[in-house]
Design a binder for this molecule. Sequence first.
Ligand code: AOF
Ligand code: ZN
Length: 368
Amino acid sequence: MSTKKDKFSIIDEVFMELALDLAKARKGLTGTNPSVGSVIVKNEKVISIGQTSFNGGPHAELNAIKNCVDNLSGSKMYVTLEPCSHYGKTPPCTTAIINSKISEVIYSINDIDKRVRAKTKKILASSHVKVKSGLLKNKIKKFYESYFYNRKKKLPFVTGKIAISKNNLIYSKNNKKITNKLSDKLTHYLRYRNDSIMISYKTLNIDNPKLDCRIKKMKKFSPIRIILDNKLQSNEKNYIFNSVKQNNTIFFFNEANNSKISRFKKRKINLIKSNIDKYKKFDIKKVLKCLFNVGCRNLLIEGGDDLTNHLIKKKIFNEFYLFKSQKKFSKLVKYKKFNGLKLLNQIYKNKIKLKSNFGKDTVILHRI
Ligand code: AOF
Ligand code: ZN
C-alpha cells in the first residue's frame, strides 16, 4: 500500500514488484549489506536493472546506472530501499543518480542505517530529482525484516529447519531419507538464501551431511558451514573436512587438546573458542554475536533433536520450517525421535502451511 502523501499507479507497482524480485533473488548473497533491487524505466519501458553486488558493493542503483546503454535523461528509477547518501565502502548512490540525469526516483522504504535514514529525499530534491516513497511499503518491509533485525539486535536472523517422519522420527537405521525431492528443493533454496548454516558435531557424525546448496549451478552460493563441537569430536573423515575452503568452515569449541586444535587449523578450519555452561552447552547468544561480528547475517540451523529443542526453548529461532513426510519409520531398529514438537507448537504458535507442491510432504512455517 502507498503512503497517503505519494500516489502510485498500477504500472508503478509492476516495476516495484520487479525491483523486489531482483532483491529477493540475491538475498543472503550481499554480505553485510541488504539486498536491494533497482529498475530504470523510460517511456514505460525497462531500460536497465541492478542488484546489490555479491558481498555488498557496488550498490543496486549504481549497477543499474552502469548497466544502462540508453540515455538516462528523463528516466525513472524504482528502488526497494532508500538510496544511500553517505560515503561507506562505496560512494553515495544519490550522487550517481544526480549525475546520471535520472529525473525521478521512487523508493519503497526508508533505510534503518543512521547514516542514510530519511536523508535521501532532501538531497535528491535539492538537485531537482523528483522523489516519492512508500510504494509496496508493507510487502517490502516484510522482505527487509531480517535486515532490520540484524541492524537493531546486532545478531544474525535465525531460520530453523527439521524434517520428521509421519511418526515424528528424525532418524531410523533402515530409512535415512525422510523428505522427497520436491520438498528438498526448499531446503536447498534455504541454503542458498542464508549465508551460513549451523549443525552440531553429533549431526555431523551421524549424517555426514554436505550442507551445500544443490540447486543446479548454484553450488557456489552454498553457505558457510558452522559446527558446534565443544571437544572437537567430529569425525575428520567426514565430507565437511574434505571440502574446506578459505573461510567457509567455522568450528566453535571449548575444551579440545592442542594437537586437535593444530590439526584443525592445518586444514584451514577457523576455530573459535567459546564459553559453555554447566550442562556443557554453548552460550548460543554469544555464538550468534560472534557470528554477526564475522559477517553472518542470515543463519540456517539444521539441528538434530538436542540442538533444535534447546534453541526452541531459548526462543533463538526467528522462524522455523517443519518438514513432515507421510512415511512411517521403523522403531524396530535404532531410531531417534524429535522431542520438540510440543514446545514448537506452544512457543512458535503462528503457523502457515506452505502452498507449493511438496508431493506428499508438508511444510509448516512456524513463528512466535
Ligand atoms: C543502497 N543500495 O544496494 C544497498 C544499500 O559501506 P557501503 O557503502 O556499502 O554502505 C552500506 C550501507 O548502504 C548499508 O548499511 C545500507 O544502509 C546501505 N545499503 N544502499 O543505496 C544498495 N545495499
Ligand atoms: Zn547506495
